[in-house]
Ligand binder design. Structure first.
Ligand SMILES: [Zn+2]
Length: 331
């Protein structure tokens, strides 16, 4: 049932960064149809102390979720320590071995993030929740089989969960929409010749990793199932909404997905230190509502979003809260 709530007190995410770890746990609302993956162990990874992909991203997000009452509005989902066999459908043994050897502290956290996505997908498929958001890190959409970290990513959670849904649940068609400021190059590469996964991305081609041109449409049987819509600096709500309404919706209605996945990066938000787009928090709420509509039309509302980028601590938290609030409102 839809309910439109008045904005609650926002509080200052920055002031709440020092919350003790005990407050991370909690079942939330086990009746809620919106799932949330958020685990203290996601803090146990740091590239270096001054790096923008920092544990404080999740601390700020968690604090704002609590201030807005969102933790009590969601059913908490415990991540699996390991995503299972689908990891090997996406990543080569050699990549996994090298990640484990090079980054022994990060390796289990990255696997936990993949395991969170798989646990959330399981909860959706079991009907425990209709949709879920994974507030997890490290992110994943740049993780290819290079044996090293790429764009702050180690394992591609969204690709792993797409394969999991196909292999374990027999789903035929998976839609992945990626609204991160950066192109999801690894996701594109993994499904470039695969017509069973429709990949749609808005991004800045002049930014890292430099891929994502509109001419890259997929190949072989996968031709037409890869849609890149580059935006430019200063683009905001109207431009990203136009891309999703004009390009994603038509493609999704032809494709008729069995499950909707979102690479939810909030570095496309205004004031991100690594980006130059101007998407507002209400813009992310609109994008979320649009994706929920697609999921309702084609697959009984089954939708899972996974955090990717977003490096303005306060902005990232606000955008993620707008996203999660929209999910809760439409549960
Ligand atoms: Zn990004």
């Amino acid at each position: 049932m839809r309910r439109r709530r008045l904005l609650r007190g926002i509080g200052s995410a920055g002031l709440l960064l020092g919350l003790p770890g005990a407050l991370w746990s909690g079942a939330g609302n086990q009746e809620s149809k919106t799932g949330l993956v958020l685990d203290r162990r996601f803090l146990d990874h740091m590239i270096r102390p001054d790096h923008p992909e920092s544990p404080d991203r999740l601390r700020a997000m968690r604090a704002l979720f609590e201030a807005r009452g969102l933790l009590g509005d969601c059913r908490r989902i415990t991540p699996a320590d390991h995503p299972g066999d689908s990891l090997y459908a996406v990543h080569e043994e050699r990549h996994i071995e090298r990640i484990a050897a090079r980054y022994p502290g990060t390796h289990p956290v990255a696997l936990l993030a993949s395991g969170g996505a798989v646990a959330a997908a399981e909860a959706v498929m079991a009907g425990e929740v209709r949709h879920a958001f994974c507030a997890s890190r490290p992110p994943g959409h740049h993780a290819q089989n290079t044996g090293e970290e790429k764009g702050f990513c180690y394992y591609n959670h969204i690709a792993i969960v797409a394969r999991h849904l196909q292999r374990q649940h027999g789903l035929k068609r998976i839609l992945i929409a990626d609204w991160d400021y950066h192109h999801g190059d690894a996701t594109e590469a993994m499904f470039y010749d695969d017509p069973s996964v429709l990949f749609f991305s808005t991004h800045d081609v002049s930014a890292y990793p430099g891929t994502g041109h509109a001419s890259r449409r997929g190949e072989g049987d996968g031709e037409g199932f890869n849609i890149n819509v580059p935006l430019v600096c200063e683009d905001g709500d109207s431009e990203i909404m136009a891309a999703f309404e004009n390009r994603m919706l038509t493609a999704a209605d032809d494709f008729k997905p069995d499950f909707v996945l979102i690479s939810a990066g909030f570095d496309s938000r205004k004031d991100d230190p690594l980006g130059c787009f101007k998407v507002s928090d209400s813009g992310f709420a609109e994008l979320t509502a649009l994706m929920l509509d697609v999921a309702r039309r084609h697959c009984d509302g089954r939708l899972l979003s996974i955090l990717e980028g977003g490096y303005n601590l306060d902005g990232n938290a606000r955008a993620a809260a707008a996203h999660l609030e929209t999910l809760v409102e439409h549960a």
